[in-house]
Design a protein around this ligand. Structure first.
Ligand code: SIN
Length: 475
């Protein structure tokens, strides 16, 4: 497969000839080198996207839709091969990697269906003097910056609607997982995406690359998924050119279990909400608020389920949780757990690094965690479930909302009226009621507060990549 930059429909080395080393987090082995883009390469990529976008925007929506649908087909035809790349460079178990490819491809199928349905409106002005025509042209060139936890899906969730709406795109995949992105580039070309419309430029120098991409005159939008800290920097830099932005940032999800919940279902939901994709998701349950009447049962059952998780190399049969992305992630989690234990939390299961090569931490459940302690304030991004006991619903909701993050929350109760009422009081863009998985290309993904701006997926996802133009017309 290609390991060069994809610019202007061609594969080429970075201007400075530098390479990025890619490693397998399960073994620490060096598995590939890919080209690294310089600021000049970023400028060339934006220019190529600009030139191609003008033609693409004038292409019939049906034709654009058919190209998107072909990408979906090709990704599914290559599901095993793409999943293998994800396991190699990201480490998640093969079943999760295959799931990620169908999730990622689905953004192309979903948006292929949305392209022909981008609607405008026409109204008569209240004075009766003219018509108000509103329509939605593409924004132009979109800069997309993605994280390593979903090497395919975090690209396609942005790329498919951006292309569907008629934009050109420049992508910076993460240095940890560039291989999946580059392989998707090959499939895009095979599907008939015009040369230059999508440019893929991994880089060792993200900050200089971003400056160059933002400063290109044709760039009109930035779409980013990653931490709130990095998102804030990109927002500030994007403000220099008053760029449109969509930001999908950090989470700190509360997972609430009421006394009337079906505890087995709550544990099952907790395992999905916590452990999906090796617990490295921004949607991961980060703080478990469990009612005092059921906390002993929930803790024991969750600890048993976490203790049974098969941890290992994502290639191995039966593995349910892979390595963390690198040793720094393990160090961060170990620090948070040690700090919580020193402050009085008890370890119900796990609680340490795994003694094997690679970046592994044991699935861990902590009971009696003090509300407000550091582990409840940080996005853990690993297999640790801190449990906080509550008795009063109002107090618990206050604790659940006592964070700058507002991406997602989970509520488990047999009383649906209570589930919905509590959902409405949780300050988060997405809520799972008696469900540990909510992500769906057909639903609006995104956060409140510092968890982000804008929505991805659903019907509104494609409009994020459009402008609104109003034409006052007299006839
Ligand atoms: C993320 O972790 O950023 C996305 C998770 C998802 O799409 O479910």
């Amino acid at each position: 497969m290609q390991t060069q930059l994809f610019i202007g429909g061609e594969w080429r080395d970075g201007e400075a000839g530098a390479r990025i080393a890619v490693t397998d987090p399960a073994t620490g082995d060096h598995i590939a080198d890919v080209a690294s883009a310089t600021p000049a390469d970023a400028t060339a990529a934006c220019q190529a996207a600009h030139v191609a976008q003008i033609v693409w925007a004038a292409t019939a929506p049906r034709e654009r839709a058919e190209v998107l649908r072909r990408v979906w087909e090709l990704m599914m035809e290559h599901q095993d091969e793409l999943a293998e790349l994800i396991v190699r460079e990201q480490g998640k178990p093969m079943s999760d990697a295959r799931g990620e490819i169908s999730y990622a491809a689905e953004f192309f199928r979903w948006n292929s269906e949305e392209v022909a349905r981008i609607r405008g409106t026409i109204a008569t002005a209240p004075s009766g003097a003219n018509r108000i025509i509103v329509h939605h042209p593409p924004v132009g060139v979109v800069v997309i910056v993605t994280p390593w936890n979903f090497p395919a899906a975090m690209i396609t969730r942005k790329l498919a609607p951006a292309l569907g709406a008629g934009n050109g795109v420049v992508i910076k995949p993460p240095t940890e997982t560039p291989l999946t992105a580059l392989r998707i580039g090959e499939l895009l070309a095979e599907a008939g995406v015009p040369g230059g419309l999508v440019n893929i430029t991994p880089t060792n120098d993200a900050s200089a690359w971003f400056d160059a991409a933002v400063d290109h005159r044709a760039t009109r939008m930035v779409s980013f998924t990653g931490s709130t800290a990095v998102g804030q920097k990109l927002l500030k830099r994007s403000a220099d050119r008053v760029l449109k932005t969509v930001m999908e940032l950090g989470g700190n999800a509360p997972f609430i279990v009421f006394a009337d919940a079906d505890i087995d279902e709550a544990v099952e939901g907790a395992m999905v909400a916590k452990m999906r994709h090796s617990a490295e998701t921004c949607t991961a349950a980060n703080r478990f608020f469990v009612h005092a009447d059921v906390v002993a049962e929930f803790t024991a059952k969750l600890a048993a389920a976490m203790g049974d998780v098969v941890v290992g190399d994502g290639h191995d049969d039966g593995v349910q949780c892979g390595p963390l992305i690198h040793d720094e992630a393990v160090d961060k989690i170990a620090g948070l757990v040690d700090e919580a234990v020193a402050a009085g939390a008890t370890v119900a299961v796990g609680g340490g690094r795994l003694d094997r090569p690679g970046s592994f931490y044991a699935p861990t459940v902590l009971a009696n965690v003090a509300p407000g302690s550091p582990i409840t304030r940080e996005e853990i991004f690993g297999p640790v479930a801190p449990i906080i006991t509550f008795t009063d619903t109002d107090e618990m909701i206050e604790m659940a909302n006592d964070t700058e993050m507002g991406l997602i929350g989970y509520v488990f109760t047999r009383d649906l009226a209570r589930g919905l009422a509590v959902s409405e009081r949780i300050q988060a863009g997405m809520i799972g009621v008696n469900r540990g998985a909510v992500s769906d290309p057909a639903a609006p993904f995104g956060g409140m507060k510092q968890s982000g701006l804008g929505r991805e997926g659903s019907t509104e996802g494609i409009y994020e990549f459009c402008e609104t133009q109003y034409i006052a017309t007299e006839y």
